[in-house]
Design a protein around this ligand. Structure first.
Ligand SMILES: *Cc1c(COP(=O)(O)O)cnc(C)c1O
Length: 459
């Protein structure tokens, strides 16, 4: 039985019109886009679930903040607001704004990694992996095995495999591990949370070996909400108390504020107490981003960020946010549609392999499902599977992904219950005709990150 939808803790005072094209028009548009959803115009999309990054709706307080942002080059008032909010929420002494998450990664990982050094994570997000490699390092994923089976329901499926972590440190030598990264929530595994117990244990292992622990904090508030509701001993703690405890176990964090800070652009670097290291971060920020008191952002963005950081940790908001995702998941349970379960924080990741068992990995089942969803109901999602993974750089052979997920990423404060019903109805309709859906082949692809630009053709 579907669970009850958690009502919005807000009312709507500004709207953006969206239109639904006819079925014939959608079939024509996706063909014109060469079956690549990134090539669609957003005006031709009815429900856009491509990402929850930077697609959130700001509040009236944030828009009011936009008007009073201080655009001074140096020492702007809005910069100090961000510092205050960041220091208060995370309990870190040093906070540096940057323009988005990957900018934070560039600032910090270029200081921690070099050729011959490794980064170990519960799962590297793709930009994180890219910046580890750009710095000369190598990235090793160290997730618990359960994360790889969509049907196994455990409360903290995003956890680090700490036994394996210690074995990897011993294998490569502690001096060759540049950093250990815990990603909260574990985005690539389906927005799955990481427990405090797990982070604490990772932290102890790092301390024992003299290795720095960095939190990739994009969904720090959603992760705290899951800890409060799933981990013993945290039910009566506030979200802020939980966040502070989580971050107390790490040395640094990088944060894409386009997620849980509910803004359209922004990011942060956090350093707990190492003033010398923070000085190096400031130097990189000036080179890559701009002067330290604006970090690649406008003053108005900084103002909205400071407000959004506090709105994002509001418990009524988080209850509604996670409730929305759980509502969609419960509709899918009723329909027997398999997804990475339990549902993650920022979306539902549909297991396209079980929807289309007749489509092999090299004919891209998750991309096929994404295309069907657009044709069926104007919904835009994306492939997190072999299509996204690409080819082996040495052999040119198509790689086989652990997952074939079609991701429904849910923007914050944007869609209502009726939209969620449409998402479930579209999936149910596709499931009924699943046997007729065909795979795809690639006609053209660029050498890296091909999924953004490739041209496809139905088989
Ligand atoms: C989005 C994201 C990033 C990168 O942030 P951008 O703001 O897109 O540059 C890094 N790590 C995780 C876990 C993310 O979700």
């Amino acid at each position: 039985m579907a669970i009850k939808y958690t009502p919005e803790p807000f009312r709507i005072k500004m709207v953006e019109t969206i239109k639904m094209l006819s079925s014939e028009e959608r079939v024509a548009r996706i063909k014109e886009a060469k079956y690549n959803l990134f090539s669609l115009r957003s005006d031709d999309v009815y429900i856009d679930l491509l990402t929850d990054s930077g697609t959130n709706a700001m509040s009236q307080d944030q828009w009011a903040g936009v008007m009073i942002g201080d655009e001074a080059y140096a020492g702007g008032r809005s910069y100090f607001r961000v510092l205050e909010a960041g220091q208060d929420i995370f309990g870190y002494k040093f906070i540096q704004p940057v323009h988005q998450g990957r900018a934070a990664e560039k600032v910090i990982y270029s200081l921690l990694l070099e050729k011959g050094k490794y980064s170990i994570s519960n799962m590297h997000f793709d930009t994180t992996r890219a910046h580890v490699e750009l710095a000369g390092g190598r990235a090793i994923d160290c997730n618990i095995k359960e994360a790889e089976d969509p049907k196994i329901r455990i409360p903290f499926k995003g956890n680090m495999d700490n036994k394996k972590l210690e074995a990897l440190i011993n294998e490569h030598g502690a001096k060759n591990i540049g950093v250990v990264i815990t990603t909260i929530t574990n985005n690539s595994a389906g927005g799955q949370p990481v427990s405090i117990a797990n982070i604490k244990e990772t932290s102890e292992i790092c301390k024992k070996h003299g290795i720095k622990l960095c939190i990739d904090a994009a969904r720090f508030a959603e992760n705290a909400y899951f800890i409060k509701h799933r981990e013993e001993g945290y039910a009566n703690k506030s979200i802020k108390e939980i966040i502070r405890e989580v971050f107390s176990y790490a040395d640094y964090f990088t944060l894409s504020a386009k997620k849980d800070a509910i803004i359209n652009m922004g990011g942060l670097v956090g350093v707990k107490d190492d003033a010398e290291f923070f000085q190096l971060c400031k130097g990189n920020t000036i080179s890559y981003e701009g002067f330290i008191t604006y970090g690649g952002l406008s003053g108005r963005d900084l103002e909205a960020l400071a407000i959004g950081l506090n709105e994002g940790v509001n418990e009524d908001f988080l209850k509604y946010r996670i409730g929305q995702v759980e509502y969609l998941a419960s509709l899918l349970d009723d329909a027997g549609i398999i997804y990475q379960s339990p549902a993650g924080g920022h979306g539902v990741f549909i297991d396209a392999r079980s929807m289309f068992p007749h489509i092999p990995y090299n004919e891209f089942p998750a991309q096929a499902l994404a295309i069907e969803l657009y044709k069926e109901a104007g919904i835009r999602t994306c492939d997190i599977g072999s299509y996204m993974l690409g080819n082996d750089p040495d052999t040119g052979e198509q790689l086989k992904s652990t997952f074939e997920f079609t991701r429904f990423a849910i923007p914050r404060r944007v869609y209502t219950q009726a939209h969620f019903d449409i998402m479930a109805e579209a999936l149910i309709a596709i499931k009924k005709r699943a046997g007729q859906v065909k795979g795809y082949k690639i006609l053209w692809e660029p050498p890296v990150l091909r999924h953004f630009q490739a041209h496809l053709q139905p088989l």
